[in-house]
Structure formats: structure tokens, C-alpha cells
Design a protein around this ligand. Structure first.
Ligand code: 5GP
Ligand code: ZN
Length: 110
């Protein structure tokens, strides 16, 4: 979609530090990491949020890719986060799953 920063990264129009890619999914390092490992996993297709993710196959692929990324990068303990909606902290309205790792993570989050 025009003006979507994550579509531009997916289309390689702007550089992202890509750590994983397959036909439907791309993953890259967060520009403002909140942990030593902070990866964003997105479908290449523009989908605004989890509320619009009606494609079961793609939903499964997102989680499959998390497993593959963590295996590939030897990430053992990690947190996955999907912020949905402004109040929940969603700032980019192209669905993305955060992978956070490399330091102790507190629970519950703020
Ligand atoms: P949200 O708050 O929407 O769940 O997460 C958006 C994330 O995208 C934030 O962690 C932010 O640092 C990251 N981000 C925003 N713009 C860019 C960008 O241009 N490149 C990369 N790699 N990450 C970005
Ligand atoms: Zn997009």
C-alpha cells in the first residue's frame, strides 16, 4: 500500500535489515530495538492489523516463520507480541509480530 513503511521494506523500496524471507513473509530488525534481539515479522501483503487477518494459512505461516527464525538465529527464550490498535501500542498499521529476546523480560507488561 502507498505510504506504508512496512510495504516499502517488503518491496525493498527502502532498506530493512532483513533476517528472514520466504514467498509470503519477511522479517527485519526493528529500527528502535527494545531488547538485544528485536525482530519484526510481517506478511508481505498489506494487512492493517490482527483484526483484518482472516487468512488462516497466512496466520499459520506467520507463526511458522517465528519458529524458523528462532531456529535459524539460535534464539531460545523469547517473547512474541502483536499490538493491535492505538491504545495497545500499535503505531504501524501493517500487521507485525515482534520477537524480543536477549535480556530478561518482565511480566506483566505495562
Ligand atoms: P508497534 O508499536 O506498531 O507495535 O511497532 C512498530 C515498530 O516498528 C516499532 O517497534 C518501531 O521501532 C518499528 N519501526 C517503525 N518504523 C520503522 C522502520 O522504518 N524500520 C524498521 N526497521 N522498524 C520501524
Ligand atoms: Zn503495508
Amino acid at each position: 500500500m502507498d505510504n506504508c513503511i512496512f510495504c516499502k521494506i517488503a518491496n525493498k523500496e527502502i532498506p530493512g535489515n532483513i533476517v528472514y524471507e520466504n514467498e509470503d513473509i519477511i522479517a527485519f530488525n526493528d529500527i528502535n530495538p527494545q531488547a538485544p534481539v528485536h525482530i519484526l515479522v510481517i506478511p508481505k501483503k498489506h494487512i492493517e492489523s490482527l483484526n483484518e487477518l482472516a487468512d488462516k494459512n497466512l496466520a499459520g505461516e506467520l507463526l511458522d516463520s517465528v519458529r524458523e527464525i528462532c531456529k535459524k538465529l539460535n534464539i531460545k527464550d523469547y517473547r512474541t507480541v502483536i499490538n493491535t490498535g492505538k491504545e495497545a501500542g500499535q503505531e504501524v498499521f501493517h500487521i507485525h509480530l515482534h520477537i524480543l529476546s536477549g535480556r530478561p523480560l518482565k511480566w506483566p507488561p505495562g
